[in-house]
Design a protein around this ligand. Structure first.
Ligand SMILES: O=C(O)CCC(=O)C(=O)O
Length: 534
């Protein structure tokens, strides 16, 4: 019977895929891989199949318990659950053939613009991914065996080998299937990587509607499990490898002269900041972040710490590849954090210290984890930082007559929007504006920042509507690295535009008033966090 159901599902899937074969919905609708906010933890009913393996650690038991709670809640959806909008056959197959349903839901998701995808298909993708992940976990921890040495098999500096059909680049150790969740239990099979991939993709690909908390709980429990495994096993070789780079290189490259410095102050009080706000002028504030654990006891400059926070580097992250999103050849990929680190952050360290190459080669070595809400994806990183008090002030609206003042106002944010920006030396955020006030905090390394006031808008040549109707008017046509005078008068007003600039150093934060044009280039490996507020 299943064969009939499966072939009819596959048939409908094939026709969908064929009629939409030229589409890459994911890349067009999730340009910044928005990850939905976590919901309060639902209380899950407990129904434990008995663990048949010998007595085990508390960690292992709590992972099993969580697994059983999760499966139980997935098996008994609420009558209003969107999963009921999928064909009834899919619900039967969920427990028996989750990998097949991941394929089906993947094809369905790609057959609509993302905003139009019926939530049931996103939910099916998510639930099937969770079922498949649970199946793997329970099999593996019922018969515990160590995962392969991820460090060795993913290989520091090793080249990428393949790109899955979902755009996910895979390291050599990765399982052989990416979308359908099925496994190749080859010699280097890393079940933890496969589980992490399934769960992260449920969030990245489908938004994990209504299951954000479930996915997060499973990943956190897995993190604890892996940390314990790591401690118990002989990981000295692995540790030695990691320790060979205690901290990212913060050697500087191409440091420009600063001729028009942004004013600086130290540990400005909130009252003083409130008084500064009506002037809507940029400001560098030193010594305001000294209490952040990210600088000391939980050091973000340490590759080892970041690997530990990402389940040994197995978490998936969205990476922009290329120098700047306005350059030809620029693209986006989803890779494991380990691969991102090896290919871009540590590779950059080697290149800076060794024989570096041409500008073009350098651009292809640039991968930027940019504007990503890493703290929703990996909440355990969130206590390493705190929202600067400055974000709890009431800033002025965009100045009258400036482009943002002419647009409908942004809804008031309940809480500041946090984004992580992590990359090697040479990342460029081209000249652009954002519709929020910004406190940009520099945790690791240095960045060159140049700012133009909204009054200079005409002189910086905003783009317009681009192909596909995308409004790019917040991004300048001018490539700031070029001398505009060399461009045959293409941008004659640009060299007249007045600007201010700074080199933002570790521990400093920069206030960028709403609507100010900003161009930012990293001078070293750099990790910053932006706090947008209004
Ligand atoms: O640091 C960067 O590269 C860009 C930061 C930025 O554009 C922002 O915080 O709005």
């Amino acid at each position: 019977m299943y064969e009939t159901i499966i072939s009819s599902i596959l048939w409908s899937m094939t026709s969908l895929v064929t009629s939409n074969s030229d589409r890459s919905v994911f890349w067009t609708v999730f340009p910044k891989f928005t990850i939905l906010r976590l919901q309060p933890k639902p209380s899950l009913p407990l129904m434990l199949p008995q663990d048949s393996t010998p007595p085990s650690s508390t960690t292992r038991e709590s992972l099993l318990n969580l697994l059983n709670e999760t499966i139980d809640s997935l098996r008994n959806p609420h009558p209003s659950d969107p999963i009921f909008e999928c064909p009834p056959s899919t619900r039967t197959l969920l427990q028996t053939h989750p990998a097949l349903l991941i394929k089906l839901a993947h094809a369905k998701i790609h057959s609509y613009p993302f905003s139009d995808v019926p939530v049931c298909w996103r939910r099916l993708f998510t639930d099937a991914s969770i079922f498949e992940a649970a199946r793997i976990i329970s099999r593996e921890i019922s018969e515990p065996r160590p995962p392969p040495d991820f460090e060795r098999s993913a290989g520091v500096g090793k080249k990428r080998t393949r790109c899955g059909q979902d755009g996910l680049e895979t390291a050599r150790s990765d399982v052989q299937k990416t979308v359908d969740g099925s496994e190749d239990l080859g010699a280097e099979y890393d079940w933890i990587q496969n589980v992490v991939r399934l769960l992260d993709m449920a969030v990245i690909m489908a938004g994990a509607p209504g299951r954000e908390e479930t996915v997060e709980s499973l990943l956190s429990a897995l993190q604890v499990y892996v940390e314990e495994l790591d401690q118990r096993e002989n990981t000295s070789a692995r540790k030695k490898l990691r320790r060979s780079v205690d901290a990212f290189s913060i050697e500087e490259r191409n440091v420009p002269d600063v001729r028009y410095p942004i004013p600086r102050c130290s540990a400005m009080s909130m009252v003083a900041f409130e008084e500064h706000l009506p002037a809507a002028q940029p400001l560098v504030i030193k010594n305001a972040l000294t209490h952040w654990p990210a600088f000391h006891e939980r050091p973000w400059k340490s590759p080892e710490y970041l690997l530990q926070k990402t389940i040994g580097g197995r978490r998936l992250v969205p990476v922009e590849v290329g120098r700047s999103y306005t350059d030809a050849g620029w693209g986006q990929r989803i890779v494991t954090f380990k691969q991102f680190m090896d290919d871009y952050l540590l590779a950059s360290t080697e290149k800076i210290n060794g024989t570096d190459t041409s500008e073009e080669d350098a651009a292809s070595n640039i991968g930027y984890l940019a504007q990503h809400d890493l703290f929703t994806q990996i909440p355990s990183l969130r206590p390493d930082i705190s929202i600067p008090d400055y974000c709890y002030t009431t800033p002025p609206p965009p100045a009258p007559g400036t482009p943002l003042a002419l647009k409908p106002p942004q809804p008031k944010l309940e809480e500041p929007l946090l984004n992580a920006w992590l990359g090697p030396a040479g990342t460029v955020s081209p000249l652009h504006t954002d519709p929020y006030h910004n406190i940009l905090c520099q945790v690791v390394g240095k960045k060159y920042v140049r700012l133009y006031s909204p009054a200079e808008t005409e002189n910086v040549y905003p783009r317009g509507l681009e192909s596909g109707g995308v409004d790019m008017s917040n991004t300048s046509l001018v490539d700031v690295k070029d001398d505009p005078l060399e461009r045959n008068g293409e941008f004659p007003l640009f060299h007249k535009a007045q600007y201010v600039e700074t080199i933002l150093d570790e521990g400093e934060c920069l206030y960028i008033p709403v609507g100010w044009w900003h161009y930012i280039r990293s001078l070293t490996v750099s990790f910053s966090v932006s706090f947008w507020w209004n």
